[in-house]
Design a protein around this ligand. Structure first.
Ligand code: ADP
Length: 625
């Protein structure tokens, strides 16, 4: 057998270990949860690989996680008969290469001061194995991959180095021995271990075994040759397969925690058994709080697919669309073939039906919450509203089920809370208003402060204030609601009354030389200059032509590194404003006024101006002239 080799931990891992050992000591016990969860995943993988390679699994072998303690050696060993790891896999998974989550995990810890949540981050970021060093000063991993003859032994004290070498191992799978630190002897106590298992691992649908006590003789004495046997200490059956009426809230919650690492109970638990032509069980959870990685689209999604209790894959796009990626849970089909592939999932009609129903269940539940418990819904919306909005664009078939859920900030509210639904808006619209008005802006403040709202405010017309980046896409898909078109206040002409039209015609004549000269001076920056009655307080504003994308969308596309079709805006003037009234096309300072008006109009809607220094220079010049 070759000599063990010594390797240094990758720098990031050393830092991670430091952090684990020195800062995350308040809930050390979760090391056991992490190891059991890894074992359970490894057993799932072995079952899965055995579907196409029967030799990897022996029918007689019971798949289980076993925990033993050695009180003299002060060690605890967690063993599984899962897939195991070969030499390269051990190196890749534990030691040299920092996994993508490592850095993010450390950043999250630094950002998150309350350490009660830190321990959940460990699971979320896929750095669970290292939590062993919170309780152990020496860790030995013995592992043999299913299909391999030889095993691998990995050892480390967590201080910068590990050794790896070959070893004999009689059985397939992994066993991890922790030499406990002086202060951590509590984990030698069977009772304490059982308690932790019950607390965190009840959702594991595999037996977790520990050595029981040997039966005593009639006099209460140990009997010769009679040894203690292993007992299963958890329920070990798939929770979702049990009858709803037999499952307690605590059991549901602990199962949810196992899936999500979320300490709070879920907002909703949806458990259904579907019978008939297509048989399956779905157990779905809608969380209350968004996870750290809600915006990382490469992440594993929240739904696990099982076929007749066998774990098949962590996937979701085929079972839950992207805009519901926060939904966690399990779908277990009776009918799909065990060797179902991702390609089959994508095209399989039954899978599509299962997905369709699951989506409908979630949307119906959200609708119910919005109706029955406004406060809870508001909490949900502030966490997941932006994601739900993607659904209007992504899932055209469910558009009518999603739009009633949408909530927006509004000029009729005095804070930035997104709490007005389209139905509410339409309900309080006056009879002669024929559109739902909105404005998009870079922030709530920019939208609310926009000069485009002046006339709407004066007339008391409600305008929805949209400032999430996704809103631009939302309004490009959502063109109407209840037959009322959605209209941007920054685009196109305003509907005017006859009196207003007459006034505007008169002003147009009066100011014709000013508008013409402005158009000439600003021809590089604007498409057109015209009068408006949009404004009551500001002298000028910029609007997009009806068919142009608009300034905000252009800004967002540029920020995303995409080519924005750059279109020139229209400069609109307020004919009643003192500055406009005093403009004189023949004055020497006219060109300065023109540029200041244009830059101001851009500034007031939160845009950046091209040459701020020049703007300041011009304003100063005009102030003293
Ligand atoms: P995560 O489990 O979230 O991926 P960990 O740090 O806990 O992160 O584990 C890293 C990797 O090591 C796992 O993804 C898995 O490939 C491997 N691994 C850990 N424990 C076992 C085990 N008991 N059997 C087989 N592989 C394991």
């Amino acid at each position: 057998m070759s000599k063990p080799q010594t390797h240094a931990f990758q720098t990031e891992i050393s830092q991670l270990l430091d952090l684990m050992i020195n800062s995350l000591y308040s809930q050390k016990e979760i090391f056991l949860r992490e190891l059991i969860s890894n074992s359970s995943d490894a057993i799932d993988k072995r079952r899965f690989e055995a579907l196409t390679n029967a030799a990897l699994l022996n029918d007689e072998e019971e798949l289980a996680v076993t925990i033993t303690t050695d009180k003299e050696a002060k060690s605890i060993t967690i063993s599984d008969n899962g897939i195991g790891m070969n030499h390269d896999e051990v190196i890749d998974n534990i030691g040299t290469i920092a996994r993508s989550g490592t850095k993010k995990f450390m950043q999250a810890i630094e950002a998150n001061k309350s350490d009660s949540d830190d321990v959940n981050l460990i699971g979320q970021f896929g750095v669970g194995f290292y939590s062993v060093f919170m309780v152990a000063d020496q860790v030995t991993v013995r592992t043999r991959r299913a299909g391999d003859e030889k095993g691998v032994i990995w050892e480390s004290d967590g201080k910068g180095e590990f050794t790896i070498g070959e070893t004999e191992k009689a059985t397939v799978g992994t066993s991890i021995t922790l030499n406990l630190r002086e202060d951590d002897n509590e984990y030698l106590d069977d009772f304490r271990l059982k308690h932790i298992i019950n607390k965190y691992s009840e959702h594991i649908s595999l037996p977790i075994k520990m050595l029981g006590t040997a039966p005593l003789d009639d006099e209460g004495k140990p009997q010769e040759g009679v040894e203690a046997e292993f007992e299963t200490v958890n329920t070990g059956t798939a929770l979702w397969a049990r009858a709803k009426s037999d499952i307690t809230d605590e059991e549901y919650q602990s199962f949810y925690q196992g899936l999500s690492y979320d300490m709070e109970p879920p907002l909703s638990t949806l458990h259904h058994k579907v019978e008939g032509n297509m048989e399956y069980t779905s157990l779905l959870f809608i969380p209350k709080k968004a996870p750290f990685d809600l915006w990382n689209r490469e992440n594993k999604k929240g739904i696990k697919l099982y076929v007749r209790r066998v774990f098949i894959m962590d996937d979701a796009e085929h079972l839950m669309p992207n805009y519901l990626r926060f939904v966690k849970g399990v779908i277990d089909s009776q009918d799909l073939p065990l060797n179902v592939s991702r390609e089959i999932l994508q095209s399989d009609r039954d899978v599509q039906k299962i997905k369709g129903r699951a989506v409908k269940r979630v949307l119906d539940e959200l609708k119910r919450i919005a109706k029955d418990d406004a406060e809870a819904f508001q909490g949900f919306w502030s966490e997941f509203g932006q994601v739900i909005k993607e659904g209007v664009v992504e899932d055209a078939a469910n558009k009518d089920n999603i739009t009633p859920l949408l909530k927006f900030a509004s000029t009729h509210n005095d804070n930035d809370e997104q709490s007005v639904s389209l139905d509410q808006y339409v309900e309080r619209m006056s009879d002669d208003q024929d559109a739902i008005y909105y404005i998009t802006g870079e922030s709530y403040q920019a939208a609310k402060g926009s000069p485009h709202l002046e006339m709407f405010t004066k007339k008391g017309i409600e305008v929805l204030l949209l400032s999430d980046p996704v809103d631009e896409w939302l309004v490009s898909s959502l063109v109407e609601h209840n037959e009322k078109p959605l209209k941007s206040v920054t685009k196109g002409d305003l509907d005017l009354s006859d009196d207003e039209k007459k006034e505007q015609e008169e002003a147009k004549v009066e100011l014709s030389s000013v508008t013409e000269k402005l158009a000439e001076v600003l021809s590089d920056s604007v498409k057109e200059v015209r009068l408006t009655n949009r404004l009551t307080e500001s002298p000028a504003c910029l609007v997009a032509d009806e068919t142009d994308p608009g300034a905000n969308l252009e800004r967002i596309m540029k920020a995303m590194g995409q080519d924005a079709p750059s279109s020139k805006p229209i400069l609109e003037l307020n004919p009643d404003h003192a500055i406009i009234k005093q403009l004189d096309a023949d004055d020497d300072s006219f060109s300065d006024w023109a540029h200041v008006l244009f830059d101001q109009a851009a500034l007031s809607e939160g845009a950046q101006i091209k040459d701020p220094a020049n703007y300041v220079k011009l304003v100063n010049k005009l102030l003293v002239s």
